[in-house]
Write a protein of this length. Structure first.
Length: 512
């Protein structure tokens, strides 16, 4: 496999590194090779992390997160706050799902010092340290830093997506209750209620509740708390959610507050009758991507008033296959045939307060699939369903921390590609994983990165763009504070979303 050597600082490597006396000969198909063990050269599997650290430093994200943390350890043997939080950051970035995985970081002598850390903490130190933070101070601390990432962007029209997921548990944790769990029925779980800035896939808030509080009735308090926290000037242009959110208590409160909404409806008997009547008619309008739509009004049982309903349908192909998961260990695939005189339709129903045309509403709801992907990404690629402890408080702290690091990484990758969101399954191997060796000569530290041939060109282009922007920011914005630099970074990373507009930080009052 061909490799390419990349150096953050180009400088002669100096003298030949000292190697151990132990060596060996390996007889390979390419001939004999002489193998020596180098015990002095620090090596890391996350060789491209220094660029991300540079981004955190220029934006002041990591420093302020550490300073604001309400962690206070007085024992002389206790780890430093920066070491503990840096360990958590590196673990989340590496995609870990368990506290036990933190041990793998202790073999990395390169990146922790670049974060200003003295050492990597053990898993037990991290668990004990987080236990001392407490929920009353810890959750506002994390929420303030989530706000720092997203609040400057909320002056643009934006959509708030809400959704819930469950984290299956296998012990006797606090809040481990039996609730809705489609993959493992009867298994206790925690419920994660999440609120997201949809077009940018940024997390605004996450609430971790016991597993039997999975339904929307338990999530509405978090929704209204978030909206009150944002204030009238930053409230969303639209609330959007799946069929569990199309209930009276949510829609009535939204109407009272003057908030537009678009929710999917459950296919109740009344909705099915309305759809049956509409299927007899021919005046269906185009709803985009093969869908057709028709408008009606309904007042379902428990509703306080009639509301606008959009019925959607899409014709399916005649050749169909059905998967039977009755036995998960051996799913079965069956085939069905539709006769020439028969038609097969996929259908849905939406309820909305918007007066937009059917084509626009159909596309608005289909756009929600992007947020669905983010929930899966957080749970499967960012370890959101991991880091479990006996108490619910630390689960909440880690959920907020994972969301925060996810936001940081999301905005960082947009510096390389402002027009697209790249999931961790592709962005971390591209922009994080690479073998790097640190050398030092005459006081000059050099990090030599070896990347595989298949990804080196793409990674180089990405980091040429990111490093160039950060270098320009360092040289031309020395007089700017961390907040002004952060607004510059956001403006560059999200210039596609902002249509090239430069974000302006709030004015500060001069001292009297």
């Amino acid at each position: 496999m061909q490799t390419e050597e990349q150096s953050i600082v180009v400088h002669p490597a100096g003298e030949q590194p000292v190697v151990e006396a132990v060596s060996a000969i390996a007889d390979t198909f390419a001939g004999r090779i002489h193998v020596e063990w180098d015990a002095t050269a620090p090596v890391t599997p996350f060789g491209q992390l220094p660029f991300f650290i540079d981004y955190l430093k220029q934006a002041g994200l990591f420093d302020s997160w550490v300073v604001d943390c309400p962690l206070s350890l007085t024992s002389p043997n206790a780890p430093k706050k920066r070491d503990l939080l840096g360990t958590v950051l590196l673990s989340v970035l590496a995609g870990h799902r368990r506290y036990a995985h933190i041990t793998a970081l202790r073999c990395d002598p390169v990146n922790p010092p670049l974060l200003g850390m003295g050492k990597v903490c053990s898993e037990d130190s991290v668990r004990r340290g987080l236990a001392t933070i407490g929920e009353a101070k810890g959750l506002p601390w994390l929420q303030n830093h989530l706000d720092y990432c997203t609040t400057p962007l909320l002056s643009e029209p934006w959509v708030l997506d809400m959704d819930s997921t469950v984290k299956t548990l296998y012990g006797s944790q606090e809040g481990a209750e039996v609730g809705y769990n489609p993959h493992k029925p009867g298994r206790p779980s925690h419920a994660y209620h999440t609120y997201m800035l949809s077009s940018l896939r940024l997390v605004l808030r996450v609430d971790v509740l016991p597993g039997d509080e999975y339904n929307v009735a338990n999530a509405t308090d978090g929704l209204w708390t978030l909206l009150d926290h944002l204030g009238p000037a930053r409230r969303p242009a639209l609330l959007r959610g799946d069929k569990s959110w199309g209930i009276e208590r949510v829609m009535a409160r939204a109407e009272q507050k003057g908030l537009a909404y678009l929710f999917r409806l459950r296919m109740t008997a009344t909705v099915r009758r309305s759809l049956d009547r509409a299927m007899q008619q021919s005046d269906w309008a185009d709803a985009g991507q093969g869908w057709q739509g028709k408008e009606t009004t309904l007042r379902l049982q428990g509703w306080s008033r009639q509301r606008r309903i959009i019925l959607l349908r899409r014709k399916l192909a005649r050749d169909l296959a059905i998967t039977d998961h009755t036995n998960p260990a051996q799913p079965r695939l069956g085939f069905t045939e539709v006769g020439p005189d028969q038609q097969l339709w996929e259908y849905a129903a939406l309820v909305t307060s918007l007066d937009s045309e059917i084509l626009t509403l159909g596309q608005l709801y289909r756009d929600r699939a992007d947020s669905e992907n983010v929930f899966d990404e957080l749970k499967n690629q960012w370890g959101w369903g991991g880091f479990t402890t006996q108490d619910l408080t630390r689960c909440r702290l880690l959920a907020g921390t994972v969301a925060l690091v996810y936001n940081w990484w999301n905005l960082f990758t947009r510096l390389a590609d402002p027009e697209h969101h790249r999931e961790a399954i592709t962005s971390r191997p591209l922009l994080l994983s690479a073998i790097a060796r640190r050398t030092q000569h005459a006081g000059q530290v050099t990090l030599t990165i070896s990347s595989t041939h298949g990804m080196r060109d793409k990674a180089r282009r990405a980091y040429v763009r990111i490093a160039g922007f950060l270098a320009e920011l360092r040289e031309n914005a020395e007089q700017l504070g961390p907040l002004e630099k952060w607004y510059r970074i956001l403006s560059e990373a999200l210039r596609h979303f902002l249509h090239g507009r430069q974000l302006q930080p709030p004015l500060r009052l001069s001292p009297a």
